[in-house]
Design a protein around this ligand. Structure first.
Ligand code: MRU
Length: 342
């Protein structure tokens, strides 16, 4: 069990008015829950990846809106809404790529606006209800993604995944790993190859951790081993998550996803993206419109090592890349498996 949150990896403590997250920067060495209630600490938690993964960021942001709304001191409704709007804008600036962040913040703001005729404390209750709904929907939606995706995996299947799009990246099942978890529930033996995922090692630190916790056979590989694995016929399917999917189905995900898709195409391995509908951005016509987060070059140079592994002053660190729809076999959502090229 990763946490004592009833199998979930983040929660809404409504009694004490806290967003509860598992600090993912400490995993796998230390399992530590953080109780957050201040916009600055929530902003920090998202931007340094204490809570990360598109659906988890979205759910955390929804809970954050409910928690922070309750802490607004203003009694005047207009001032209350101005403050709520500024908290929303502030949290929206914590990371630029995951669509779920903006989706959740807009949903919470729209919820408040819909009931603006109520008293402030009633609006706060409505926001808290909505945050709980967002959390519970994430669990249900990811479970459905898992059900659809599991049908693509036969007994003994070998899946290759990148970064962490498992339960740590959502609330309970995750997206890319949901098919693996559901297939395992169905009694299928699945073997997951996990890219370590440079530079922040979400695969090695997080995906391997949660799969081992769930008793799924797991092999961590260096990112540069994926091609030779596919060439050897050891990969039946590649499944990754997505941070944002454009209207033409180009999909942004952790840097390194694109090269997996290119190799999968070359070796005839199906390449699936698993994501909820809340990851689709109706305002992005194609992947060219997706903002790619640029992070500090220091993450490449040495964050996970005792001493810097790279000489200083290297500063190219895009956190995501865009896989063109042409390289994606199908997108697995809560509604089903959507084949892109039939
Ligand atoms: O920078 P991160 O760790 O937030 O990147 C996460 C990913 O790229 C995930 O694959 C994506 O958010 C989907 S999570 C279900």
């Amino acid at each position: 069990m990763i946490t004592d949150l009833n199998g979930a990896t983040l929660a809404f403590d409504r009694t004490d008015n806290h967003l509860v997250i598992l600090d993912q920067t400490l995993l796998p060495k230390e399992v530590k829950l953080l109780h957050l209630s201040v916009p600055d600490e929530i902003f920090e938690a998202i931007s340094v990846l204490r809570v990360r993964g598109a659906p988890a960021i979205g759910v955390a942001a929804a809970i954050a809106m409910a928690v922070c709304a309750k802490n607004i001191k203003m009694q005047d409704k207009q001032e209350y809404f101005t403050r709520l709007e500024s908290i929303k804008e502030y949290l929206a600036s914590s990371r630029p790529t995951a669509q779920n962040l903006f989706w959740a913040l807009e949903r919470m703001m729209a919820t408040a606006r819909q009931v603006e005729y109520l008293s402030i404390s009633q609006i706060n209750e409505r926001l808290a209800d909505e945050a709980e709904l967002v959390l519970n929907e994430d669990i249900a939606v990811c479970r459905r993604i898992g059900g659809h995706g599991a049908m693509l995996l036969g007994d003994g299947a070998c899946v290759l995944t990148h970064c962490n799009a498992g339960r740590l990246a959502a609330v309970k099942y995750g997206t890319a790993l949901a098919p693996v978890y559901v297939a395992a529930e169905q009694g299928k033996k699945i073997h997951v190859y996990v890219d370590e995922t440079r530079p922040l090692l979400q695969g090695a630190r997080l995906t391997a951790y949660e799969l081992a916790d769930a008793g799924i056979k797991t092999t961590v590989i260096c990112d540069n081993m994926a091609g030779s694995l596919m060439a050897a016929g050891k990969v039946d399917a590649v499944i990754t998550g997505a941070d944002r999917i454009a209207k033409n189905f180009d999909a942004a995900n952790k840097i390194g996803t694109l090269q997996l898709a290119v190799m999968a195409k070359h070796f005839g391995v199906p390449f699936y993206i698993a994501a909820p509908k809340s990851t689709f951005d109706p305002d992005c016509a194609s992947g060219n419109d997706i903002v790619i987060e640029m992070r500090s070059g220091s993450e490449i140079a040495g964050v996970w090592r005792e001493s810097a592994a790279v000489p200083p002053d290297f500063d190219y660190n895009p956190a995501f890349d865009v896989t063109p729809a042409a390289l994606i076999s199908a997108i697995i959502t809560e509604e089903g498996v959507h084949y892109l090229h039939e």
